[in-house]
Design a binder for this molecule. Structure first.
Ligand SMILES: CC(=O)N[C@H]1[C@@H](OP(=O)(O)OP(=O)(O)OC[C@H]2O[C@@H](n3ccc(=O)[nH]c3=O)[C@H](O)[C@@H]2O)O[C@H](CO)[C@@H](O)[C@@H]1O[C@H](C)C(=O)N[C@@H](C)C(=O)N[C@@H](CCC(=O)O)C(=O)O
Ligand SMILES: Nc1ncnc2c1ncn2[C@@H]1O[C@H](COP(=O)(O)OP(=O)(O)OP(=O)(O)O)[C@@H](O)[C@H]1O
Length: 439
């Protein structure tokens, strides 16, 4: 029974084809008769014939459907003949309902009634899989988070490799500084979703890090690597907003909840495979303090998401200097980098130099009149500590934006030390634990 005329009837998993000759994984779906296909390409020269590759490709198939489901968000998902376990169905439902939380809120379209039917439990069999030697694969987004993880990890595991989906200049520039090899993937969305407005599709944010993670697992299996190491910080688990007592998280697939569920799913399919975030117990202040020391990355890193549109023609060639992400990165680095260094990063358009961005900073600082942005930004407490520390810097004396915000914001309650030490649960595995975690 449809609750809203905008919704379709049924989203169907049609099948996934693994094509070693071309290094392609073709995921096919349909929604009320309309077909969609997403193609992921990985190096054809790797070992595609391992049974574990097909198992990892099946996981990717399960997660990638979300981009096409959202075009009409029907109440039924039919897994057809896809081999699947009960646990995987439960994980997948969470991935859809939680991962599309922002989509559902923005479209005012509840999808809690989602039912997942079909699927072949009888075909869901474990595959032979031998955990390779300790060789990590590090997904690399070119921002402060993955830069800090790469520098920490390559020191302990020189045989590390980067993993990059797509070709984006800022990521390439930062990747070159790491000096590490790169396992590359490309992802070709079905072109229909790039015409959502024209085709009358529903649209909104998707938990893209979940899809990137699944592609990374395929790449790791192909390249005989034992671990995928994510760079998802402590605050990524915090809801962006609460609605009717329920958290909606823009970054759901960067959260601890997603990480735990994905680990359980992988452990059933690829026992012992390591998937975890090396930043899970750390705040963005902890990350920013370390990033500030990595001066070789300052001219090349990029966190502004305007650089990462699917359509290359829409990609910004520099920091936009005015989005919530730019404002957040400027604020979180301001306690640890000089005003001169940050003006150089933003090419003279530094957000903290722009009074017209005060409303954005107020949103980051939890001003009651503003709501936290649906962006990948830190939590209010971290931003308030960053404000206090930045405003106290001699080279920021007289900065009108910091002075105004400081006047509006009470001092961060209690000690700020907790933001510079590990906090909260994590799944960091012993060989990868940083010194301060070896307790
Ligand atoms: C670059 C960006 O911020 N895109 C968000 C934007 O989409 P827009 O239409 O402006 O451009 P495109 O990203 O090029 O998307 C074109 C259409 O394709 C659909 N689509 C894209 C990726 C995908 O995996 N599936 C898709 O169906 C998309 O819906 C468009 O119709 O606004 C969208 C709606 O709010 C956002 O969904 C786009 O976010 C992308 C999925 C994206 O890649 N964003 C990353 C830069 C990003 O936000 N990374 C976060 C982690 C996010 C997470 O929760 O995992 C981070 O930086 O931490
Ligand atoms: N194109 C990509 N290819 C591979 N991994 C990616 C890509 N984009 C992001 N990631 C990874 O996905 C996770 C979330 O991305 P996020 O953008 O938060 O990381 P980041 O770019 O390092 O940090 P930030 O942009 O927040 O400073 C990280 O582990 C990141 O390395």
């Amino acid at each position: 029974m449809k609750s809203d005329d905008r919704r379709g009837e049924r989203f169907t998993y049609e099948g996934v084809d693994v094509v070693p000759a071309t290094g392609e994984i073709r995921s096919r779906y349909s929604l009320d008769g309309r077909s969609f296909q997403e193609v992921v390409r990985l190096p054809a020269g790797l070992d595609w014939h391992r049974p574990a590759v097909a198992a990892a490709a099946r996981i990717l198939f399960l997660l990638s459907g979300i981009s096409y489901y959202k075009t009409a968000a029907p109440p039924v998902i039919d897994l057809g003949d896809t081999p699947v376990t009960e646990d995987e169905v439960a994980f997948l439902r969470d991935f859809y309902v939680q991962g599309l939380g922002e989509f559902s809120y923005v479209n005012d379209l509840p999808i809690d009634d989602l039912q997942i039917v079909g699927g072949r439990r009888d075909l869901a069999a474990p595959v032979s899989w031998e955990l390779p030697e300790e060789r990590p694969l590090i997904p690399f987004g070119g921002g402060i988070d993955s830069v800090v993880v790469v520098e920490e990890t390559k020191r302990r595991f020189p045989d590390s490799s980067l993993f990059i989906v797509g070709r984006f200049d800022p990521i390439e520039d930062a990747a070159a500084v790491t000096g590490l090899p790169i396992v590359r993937a490309s992802r070709t969305l079905d072109p229909q979703v790039l015409r959502s407005r024209e085709l009358g599709f529903l649209n909104g944010h998707v938990p893209v890090t979940g899809v990137l993670s699944a592609i990374a697992v395929v790449a790791a299996v192909l390249d005989s690597r034992s671990a995928v190491i994510m760079s998802n910080e402590w605050s990524a688990s915090a809801p962006t907003i609460e609605v009717d007592g329920r958290g909606i998280n823009h970054q759901y697939s960067k959260s601890l909840d997603f990480e735990g569920g994905f680990r359980r799913l992988l452990d059933a399919v690829l026992p012992g495979f390591r998937y975890f975030s090396a930043l899970r117990p750390y705040s963005e202040l902890w990350v920013a303090e370390r990033f500030a020391q990595l001066t070789e990355y300052h001219p090349v890193f990029r966190s502004c998401n305007r650089a990462f549109h699917v359509d290359p023609a829409l990609r910004a060639s520099a920091w936009c200097g005015e989005c919530d992400k730019c404002a957040f990165i400027d604020l979180i680095l301001a306690p640890f980098m000089s005003a001169e260094q940050l003006r150089a990063v933003f090419g003279g358009r530094e957000p903290l130099d722009r009074p017209e961005l005060l409303p954005r900073f107020r949103g980051l600082l939890g001003d009651t009149a503003a709501t936290k942005p649906f962006e990948c930004v830190g939590d209010v407490g971290e931003c308030r500590v960053a404000l206090e520390l930045a405003a106290a810097r001699p080279d920021r004396a007289g900065n009108p934006v910091l002075a105004q915000l400081r006047a509006e914001q009470p001092a961060a309650p209690g000690s700020t030390d907790r933001y510079f030490a590990p906090m909260g649960e994590h799944f960091i595995e012993a060989p990868y634990a940083a010194d301060d975690l070896l307790v």
